[in-house]
Write a protein of this length. Sequence first.
Length: 289
Amino acid sequence: MIGDFFFAPFSEFSFMRRALVGCLALSLGATPVGVFLMLRRMSLTGDAMAHAILPGAAIGFLFAGLSLQAMTLGGVVAGMAVALAAGFVSRSTVLREDASLAAFYLISLALGVLIVSTRGSNIDLMHLLFGTVLALNNDAIVLIAGIASLSLLVLATLYRPLVLECLEPAFLRSVSSLSPLTHHAFLTLVVINLVGGFHALGTLMSIGVMILPAAAARFWARDISTLIGIAVGLALLGSYAGLLLSFHADLPTGSCIVLSIGALYVVSLLIGREGVLTNWYRSTRHLEA
């Protein structure tokens, strides 16, 4: 009975197996990127860029329908355009990068919704905003797995510069010329992982598998390598639990996945090594001593 609950959905239904493989690939590729987003204090920047890919994906949809290649290309171009435009505005005006990103993301979100609403249906709009993880086909899984493989390769190559840029960006700029390359390579990783996540979870949910596991792992880990490992594990566990919850309770899958990872975040917040209740217990024991 217990085995049927946990494993039967994946052994009996191919769409559940494809959804699980897609979520595993997202967890392996997007979550480590999310760790560095959090360490660079760019979590909300990632959220803004997730919304920024919508008009590109919508234009791809406008010309080619639900074409994987067209929406992927449109999303990547739109995300990179917004990231570069926000950086240009912050360097050329008094507006800071976070404010310019917020402005561009709001414009992009409104434009994407307008394009789909005028030329598509409500179902098409829901597909772009919330994804269709249970409808992932083999091509989408190959794309997401390819993005995850590329992300891991780039992160492994630029691991030290990325860590230095998170902890001592001024020192990296003073001793190496890799700082601009590292920054732009990292932004590219953020965009392509958001595009990969968009096919599964939509533009509104794709950032969840990046940021929530990283934030939850922060309550358990004290060094970056451990932080990445725990974050990936939490993303995998939350994705699996979310798929099960969605299947058995007949609820929207993307929301269940993000909420399951969110539940792990709340548990970590309370009882993690640096959690609220753990710190309260330590302070109480200290006072008693």
